[in-house]
Write a protein that binds this ligand. Structure first.
Ligand code: OGA
Ligand code: MN
Length: 274
């Protein structure tokens, strides 16, 4: 059996038509992993996985990464801005700005798998950009200039995106999470390189503040040009996987009270930022 695969944009995204049985058999795990690395985002339209099936499918692709939650582990994580749907609703407000998941860890998750359960009539699409393609398209002189730069990342920086005049207590709480110094250009074991940016990035090491902001904004602008972006318009039952090591993503704004709900699973990272 051959998978039916269709490219969504030249630089990012492939749609895969397969039956649940095929996907759950595990037979295509290796092929899908390769495709994920090449294409950044894989879409399984209206595959309608149950939670157990989503967990089983995740395990065909690599090592299942449990979510860290107060109450201990759970198999799927509820993603919603609606406080009645998700305990981490407030924290998720940062997901409306370009980011990658896990910039506070040395080894970020390899991939996230998101399934649409409840949608909103307006807003709530998810956009993805290919940070391998964006790096590759930079002029060589700029690549050389950026290759050795380091950038400070923090969760507290995301606060200033969604709550610019945040209260001190909230800031203090977020600052307790800490900071992480990451390379601006990730040199992967494969030899490929990708840009590491997003709303957690707040300062290029050894740069004057204004110059740092200039370059971070310039590069985000570059990496999120329309040619590197795929925008997913969800249908209930869709499952989408992204390669968290070579893409950034963001949810487009939606009404937090709308009940939009996604179920997420993750694959354990296999490579440290380098
Ligand atoms: C995430 C995320 C975006 C969305 O789950 O990490 O950023 O559209 N989700 O819900
Ligand atoms: Mn995210």
């Amino acid at each position: 059996m051959e998978l039916e695969i269709r490219e969504l944009k030249p630089t990012i995204g492939s749609e895969i038509i397969a039956t649940k049985q095929d996907l759950l058999s595990g037979e295509y795990g290796g092929q899908l992993r390769d495709l994920l690395e090449q294409r950044g985002v894989l879409v399984f339209p209206e595959i309608n996985f149950s939670d157990d099936e989503q967990v089983a499918f995740t395990k065909t692709l690599g090592q299942f990464a449990p979510e860290m939650l107060d109450g201990g582990g759970e198999s799927v994580h509820r993603i919603s801005l609606d406080k009645s749907q998700s305990a981490s609703a407030d924290y998720l407000r940062g997901s409306m700005y370009w980011h990658l998941d896990g910039t506070m860890n040395e080894v970020p998750i390899l991939a996230s798998i998101l399934s649409a359960k409840v949608l909103t009539p307006t807003g709530g699409d998810t956009e993805f950009c290919n940070t391998y393609a964006a790096y590759a398209a930079l002029p060589e002189s700029e690549q050389e200039e950026y290759d050795h730069l380091k950038v400070m990342h923090s969760a507290w920086n995301t606060l200033f995106y969604y709550e610019p005049e945040t209260g001190f207590d909230m800031l203090d709480q977020m600052m307790a999470i800490g900071e992480n110094e990451l390379p601006l250009v990730w040199k992967h074991r494969s030899g490929r390189k990708s840009l590491v940016l997003g709303c957690t990035a707040y300062q290029i090491v050894d740069f004057e503040h204004k110059e740092s902001i200039r370059l971070l904004v310039k590069l985000r602008d570059w990496a999120t040009r329309p040619e590197y972006v795929y925008r997913h318009k969800w249908s209930v039952g869709d499952t989408v996987i992204w390669d968290n090591t070579g893409t950034m993503h963001r949810a487009l704004p939606y009404d937090p009270g709308s009940g939009r709900l996604m179920h997420r699973t993750k694959l354990e990272g296999e490579e440290a930022f380098a």
